[in-house]
Design a protein around this ligand. Structure first.
Ligand SMILES: CC(=O)N[C@H](C=O)[C@@H](O)[C@H](O)[C@H](O)COP(=O)(O)O
Length: 239
């Protein structure tokens, strides 16, 4: 009976979260070592600013940033851990080690690289997803193709995000801007919630993603990376 009740509670929590973010903006507050705004206290202020501006959730990287952000805002957190491994190009929550760190710090959703690429230490996407599900956590699958999204859903992830379109060897593209087509194709083949993420540069593009069927939009650099925003203006003056 207890298991059945837990399932019902999780389903209600998922519905509440989806209703809270539907058609709204999630802000990714991330800065890696070497970026001007690197530092948990800075990312916490970024998250507070995003909250004040009307963001409905925060995407954040690493235990320190997530812990600091949780002090600054009560918004739901999509957590990930970026870590490079020698024998793999997968760096967004690549293994159980990163999942354990997110379980320790506490997040609402765990974001993982769910591309078809080789994972570090021979770990498989199947075992990573079942490990997270054993811990009763919602999963956001960061993908770069429709097939990766469908496969991740088959494995039981809760949501799919177009985060890695243009970043995998087999989806590299020169033109700037978000992958509207990937969102459109995904919403046409599944009813699962599709999050539009990656290179969304302005409110018009964000709105277009929602109109194409994305459940929510996640924007990072265009809001939280001033070095990127400055370059957009500098380049714009040269046009
Ligand atoms: C490719 C990769 O590692 N993307 C990361 C995923 O967590 C973040 O660095 C992005 O900022 C985030 O996905 C939002 O995208 P954009 O910054 O383009 O709005």
């Amino acid at each position: 009976m207890l298991e059945k009740q837990q399932t019902v509670v999780k389903r209600m929590e998922k519905t509440q979260l989806l209703n809270r973010i539907k058609g709204k903006l999630i802000v990714s507050c991330q800065a890696l070592e070497g970026e001007p705004l690197y530092g948990s206290h800075i990312m916490a202020r970024m998250a507070l600013a995003a909250d004040e501006g009307g963001a409905v959730a925060i995407r954040a990287n690493g235990m320190e940033d997530i812990s600091a952000i949780k002090q600054a805002t009560n918004l739901p957190i999509i957590g990930l851990v970026k870590r490079d491994y020698e024998n793999s190009n997968v760096y967004i929550t690549p293994t159980k080690r990163e999942v354990d760190e997110l379980l320790k710090v506490g997040v609402d959703v765990i974001a993982i690289d769910a591309t078809k690429r080789e994972r570090p230490n021979g770990e498989s996407i199947e075992e990573l997803i079942s490990y997270i599900k054993e811990h009763n956590k919602f999963i956001l699958a960061d993908i770069s193709t429709v097939d990766e999204g469908l496969y991740a859903l088959k494995l039981g992830v809760d949501f799919v995000s177009t985060t890695l379109s243009g970043y995998t060897e087999y989806t590299k593209r020169e033109e700037p801007g978000p992958d509207m087509e990937l969102v459109e194709r995904l919403v046409n083949v599944t009813n699962a919630p599709i999050f539009a993420e990656g290179r969304i540069g302005n409110p018009k593009e964000a709105k277009e993603m929602i109109q194409k069927g994305a459940h929510t939009v996640i924007v990072g650099s265009a809001i939280t990376r001033p070095q990127y925003i400055t370059k957009i203006f500098v380049d714009g003056l040269l046009d």
